[in-house]
Design a protein. Sequence first.
Length: 198
Amino acid sequence: MPWIAPVTLRSPRVTLEPLDLRHCDDLIEAVKDGSLWTLWYTSIPEPEAMRVEIDRRLALQAAGAMLPFAVTDNTTGRAVGMTTYMNIDSVNRRVEIGSTWYRKSVQRTALNTQCKLLLLTHAFEALKCIAVEFRTHAFNRDSRRGIERLGAKLDGILRSHQIASNGTLRDTYVYSIIASEWPTVKSNLVWQMARPRS
């Protein structure tokens, strides 16, 4: 039995379910909302490459390197993005939450907070992770702010870490939440979801 196995995670606003080719049409529509693939500092698939991206993630799942999810908005019943557990290290009980994107219309809504709460709760409470990591491009300031709002701490910056598809070098910001921090982080996320929004 693998340490990480496909699972469906639900909250009032969002359902994370194992990624499947049946999500392809919804995800093609989702990525068009905001032309997300044009953000040069991300790796979001173009609409015509969505099936290839789903196949890629499923191949990584078969190899034990990733557990990909479709992010379904419960208000519409449609997939609005993807997220994954990746860089799975079962020996040291560490995972990265990454390769995440959402259609523009649900960005900066309760959907992202609930999504992260589901993934973190499963990681720390079911998988007994020692640490959960997040990585993002130095220029993806929205992502960095979002990760910091979760309560993750900056571990460091991997300079010239990767070569991007446009040939530029990526500096990667590496964040983590460790198990001893989880109760406080969880309390803050639950509070964020409960507080009234203006």
